[in-house]
Design a protein around this ligand. Structure first.
Ligand SMILES: [Zn+2]
Length: 645
């Protein structure tokens, strides 16, 4: 509801026109600003010491007090005190001619403009035209531009010219709800303040104070509900209080009344619904939900309430003493306490994820009610499934690690036993530390591989036919093209490695002799570079030549195809399917296969530097982590294993 609407709705007949609370109790001094302590401190100090910025930028969500602050600042700059002799002050008197004129919006030197309605260059020009004239009556000309981010580019440019060389008698105060849309050039010339969303309990306290001054009786519960709905905005809180007082028409305002006004569901009902959801009882949950809907509750608010209840359960789980606080309502304390006792944190977090996703859907769905019901059904369904941690336990109990390692192709028949990736949406922390299987060893991705490489490029080519592996063992000479790719990665020849991965097609491979077809993006001297590299690192002569034959797929293409098919196979697994269906937004990110002790995992680098250090692998296929985004450079796989024998 806007101020104007509230005003017309609440005008009391016959008597003096009703002034909406937000206007009536608009702070006139910095001390009265609620919840903006840092800003108040800085501005007060600046005013006391006379160190004023030329321009201020106030950002923050609607209703936190940006324009109010701007006006107080305008007063502080122009106030002359009750005796008419005062100077710049941090405590504007409120009674002098200037203070009063500013409060009534009629001060000639305080020019207010709404960027949302006056976005053009000409309007700004016109406004800024007056900048060069001295103030008419005041000490400073103060330009207040609200929603400044809405100005057009040309308007900003015009403004910037003035900001670059502002006359000393001019101050600008800009307010915006979207600071990111304000050009940096403008921002850099302003002292910036981010006004904070006001904390719910501060709003409730402020409302209580105002209700008291209005002689109204409002229960603390009702105030809390209003404060919560105000969501950080003092102005919204005051508008809602206005509404509640009008509804009550002189009677006391209680929680039930506010609940009805806001379309909120009864707290006890919310907890009943939460209980049904966690019990997996979709029938009961939907019945409850539609009863609340019929009673006027908004599906979006209902889901928000559910989220809040679930959050509350987590808080009880983590600090059980929170329920002892006297501020806590009955439903929260009793029902919440009982529920929290029965559930574990993983279950609660999962519910949170599902509801949060549901909330987004409800917001954008053409039929919010249907979307909300779908979210609830999903949550009921999830409640009957084990948490990822429990699922993993069950799986590892069912499929012990004694299963012999098989080739990748055989594995294709029996999908991976540890679908680890899908657990991500449910918060990674819920997944227990991976079992101490070497398949989870990520040495390849982060640790020592790179270290020896840093020194090797400086070594003189050795006659020894084998280069050292990072583990200190001897590396056999490359037996296939993949081995060369591995060697390049291991030696940190990343540029060459990149070209070999994506821009060459292998035509033929023999020890000491390679024929390649170069893609257009490959550098023409690639054969020479590769040949030099191989000589240096294998101690053997390698002839690398360019061929016109079509050649095979590039390594990248091979890997993409292999990982896509692995991903598809894993996605077809019933358990993976169930997990994907349960966790909204979950996607299969990669497939890793647990192998036997001799297997070494090939890690992904995780960084953007192309540093996928490929580890030597045994022919027993070890599946590399795959990312669904197809970032092939960071992947290794086992598709070429057959060539190695
Ligand atoms: Zn004054």
């Amino acid at each position: 509801m806007t101020d104007a609407e509230a005003l017309s709705a609440l005008k009391s007949d016959g008597r003096a026109p009703y002034r909406v609370l937000a206007r009536k109790y608009r702070p006139a001094t910095f001390a009265e600003l609620v919840g903006q302590d840092a800003l108040v401190r800085t501005l007060t100090n600046a005013l006391r010491s006379g160190r004023l910025a030329q321009a201020y930028m106030l950002s923050g969500v609607r209703g936190v007090g940006k324009t109010t602050t701007a006006r107080i600042l305008a007063r502080a700059l122009n106030c002359v005190g009750a005796d008419g002799k005062g100077g710049l002050t941090a405590e504007p008197c409120g009674v002098c001619e200037h203070c009063r004129a500013i409060a009534d919006d009629r001060h000639l030197d305080v020019i207010e403009m709404d960027g949302a309605t006056h976005t053009g260059k000409d309007e700004i020009r016109e406004l800024l035209d007056g900048v060069r004239y001295r103030p008419t009556t005041g000490r400073y000309k103060v330009y207040i531009i609200d929603e400044v981010h809405m100005l057009s580019e040309k308007a900003f440019n015009a403004l910037l010219k003035t900001l670059e060389e502002p006359p000393p008698h001019v101050r600008f105060v800009f307010a915006t709800t979207e600071i990111r849309k304000v050009p940096v050039t403008v921002l850099s010339r302003c002292q910036r303040f981010d006004l904070r969303r006001v904390d719910g309990s501060r709003i409730a306290g402020h409302l209580a104070d105002i209700a008291g001054r209005e002689g109204a009786c409002v229960s603390p519960q009702a105030l809390r509900l209003i404060a919560r709905a105000a969501d950080g905005s003092i102005r919204d809180g005051l508008s809602l209080l206005d509404q509640a007082l009008a509804l009550a028409a002189g009677r006391a305002v209680d929680a039930a009344m506010v609940q009805e006004m806001l379309g909120l569901a009864d707290r006890t009902q919310i907890f009943e619904l939460v209980e049904a959801l966690f019990a997996g009882d979709a029938g009961a949950a939907l019945t409850l939900f539609s009863a609340m809907y019929d009673a006027g509750a908004d599906p979006l608010l209902l889901l928000e309430d559910l989220l809040e209840a679930v959050h509350w359960l987590t808080r009880i789980k983590i600090t059980p003493t929170v329920v002892d606080s006297p501020d806590i309502a009955e439903a929260e304390r009793v029902r919440g306490g009982q529920l929290a006792e029965r559930l574990d944190v993983a279950e609660i977090s999962r519910a949170w994820q599902i509801l949060l996703k549901g909330l987004g859907e409800v917001r954008y769905a053409p039929q919010p009610l249907a979307a909300a019901e779908m979210a609830l059904i999903r949550m009921c369904y999830a409640a009957t499934l084990p948490t990822p941690a429990k699922a993993l336990q069950r799986l590892s109990a069912a499929a012990p690690d004694t299963e012999p390692a098989r080739s990748a192709n055989e594995r294709a028949v029996a999908p991976p036993a540890r679908p680890e990736a899908p657990s991500r949406p449910a918060a990674a922390s819920l997944v227990p530390a991976p079992p101490a299987s070497p398949a989870f060893d990520r040495r390849g991705s982060t640790l020592p591989v790179a270290k020896p490489a840093a020194t090797t490029p400086l070594t003189v080519p050795t006659t020894d036919a084998s280069a050292s592996t990072p583990d200190g063992g001897k590396r056999p000479p490359p037996r296939c093209f993949e081995d060369i790719v591995d060697l390049l990665a291991e030696q940190r020849e990343m540029i060459l490695h990149g070209h070999v991965l994506g821009n060459v097609r292998l035509v033929s491979f023999q020890r000491g002799r390679i024929e390649l077809r170069l893609e257009e993006a490959a550098p023409p001297d690639l054969p020479q570079r590769l040949s030099r590299f191989l000589a240096e690192h294998t101690g053997e002569r390698w002839l690398v030549s360019v061929s016109d034959a079509p050649g095979g797929a590039t390594i990248t293409e091979q890997r993409n195809a292999a990982s896509a098919s692995r991903l598809a196979r894993a996605a077809a697994h019933p358990l993976v399917k169930a997990v994907l269906a349960t966790f909204p937004g979950a996607r299969l990110d990669g497939v890793r296969t647990a192998g036997r002790a001799s297997d070494v995992t090939v890690g992904d680098s995780g960084g953007g530097d192309g540093g996928g250090e490929d580890r030597e692998t045994e022919e027993d296929g070890v599946m590399a982590p795959i990312r669904a985004d197809g970032d092939a450079e960071d992947m290794t796989d086992d598709s070429a294993d057959g060539d190695r024998d």
